[in-house]
Ligand binder design. Structure first.
Ligand code: MN
Length: 345
């Protein structure tokens, strides 16, 4: 079968690899139909994702059709459309015992530390498969994964109705976070980005106010929009140089600031901005068995994922897709690789 492998940073190849077979643990064989390109996948391609190991078949937003199941599998059957949880954990370390397998001490993320979904077939444990609601297409269903990331972020942030929320970044992750934040009915939602079209979409999708972060002083503007106090919850869905400091500066006293970035490039912050306001700065990584919750939200139409995917490419054209993402940063919302070519049937 064919797969998309990042051999080393900057080098993407379509490779031949052995088609997986099911065994006792990986007891569900899935024929892939769609897989999203995430900012973190682009980071692995460019060598800026600190977690990744090479060579790697990437892709962690993984949708497909069950082709074969092992003995004892009861939750899924051949023909079922599923999305796959990307987190695999040891189950015994401190983080796992605390119910936080997403930061397991022996964490193996599909598409990052072990091979992921940019391939024609994969075999995974039954418990990592989640049935898709009938009304959603395979391509749109890819966005259930970033929705789980948004659910995780809001849970880590302990978001409350009293919060005034500032989301930095209105791209694929920021827009997913906006939709989940909205479900908590906070007092105010402000979205900052450098792209007018993305800010317009944010306003349409429930933001109360927007900030052009390249033209306006984010901290000052956010304070004005929150009666001078500053947002009580700031979420960094942009994860670029300077974004964390602006959010620390914007946050109101006793507020929380969430980080989600994977860059290891140094960025300047200072202790006083945290200590003086006694801010809680919390990381939110991946997700902690949130797929069930995300699928329910889609099933109940609490979240609408249609129209979020901006471009699709065949997985065989993955190089073109990654190049396109590099050269069209502003118009790309979500690119999905599809596997509906003859040879994958
Ligand atoms: Mn992702």
């Amino acid at each position: 079968m064919k797969a998309v492998q990042i051999v080393k940073p900057g080098e993407l190849h379509i490779i031949e690899m052995e088609k997986p077979v099911i065994d006792e643990t990986n007891n569900v064989l899935i024929r892939m139909t769609a897989a999203g390109i995430c900012g973190s996948d682009r980071g692995i391609y460019h060598g800026t994702n600190a977690a990744a190991t090479y060579p790697r078949v990437i892709g962690h937003e993984m949708v497909g059709v069950v082709e074969e199941v092992g003995p004892g599998v009861s939750r899924v059957k051949p023909g079922d459309r599923v999305i796959v949880d990307q987190v695999t954990a040891c189950g015994t370390c401190y983080a796992c015992r605390k119910g936080r397998p997403n930061v397991c001490g022996n964490l193996k993320v599909r598409g990052v530390h072990i091979d992921g979904g940019y391939r024609q077939w994969m075999a995974v444990p039954e418990n990592d498969c989640y049935l898709l609601p009938d009304h959603i297409s395979d391509v749109d269903a890819v966005l259930i994964e970033p929705t789980t990331i948004a659910i995780q972020c809001c849970a880590r942030a302990e978001i409350e109705a009293e919060d005034t929320v500032l989301i930095m970044g209105a791209g694929a992750l920021g827009s997913r976070i906006l939709s989940v934040v909205k479900l908590h009915h906070p007092a105010k939602i402000i979205v900052a980005d450098i792209d007018d079209a993305k800010l317009e979409a944010a306003l349409k999708n429930g933001a109360d106010a927007v900030i052009r972060s390249d033209r306006e002083d984010v901290a000052q503007r956010a304070k004005e929009l929150t009666d001078g106090y500053g947002p009580t919850l700031c979420i960094d869905a942009a994860c670029v140089k300077g974004s964390l400091l602006s959010l620390l500066q914007a946050a109101g006293n006793a507020g929380r600031v969430m980080t989600m970035g994977f860059s290891t490039s140094p960025d300047e912050i200072n202790q006083f901005v945290i200590t003086s306001k006694e801010l809680d700065v919390r990381g939110s990584r991946l997700q902690n068995r949130r797929f069930g919750e995300a699928v329910e939200l889609v099933k109940n139409h609490a979240i609408d994922l249609s129209g979020e995917v901006s471009h699709t490419f065949s997985y065989l054209d993955a190089q073109a897709a990654f190049d396109f993402a590099d050269n069209h940063a502003n118009e790309v919302r979500k690119i999905v690789l599809t596997f509906d070519t003859e040879e994958s049937k």
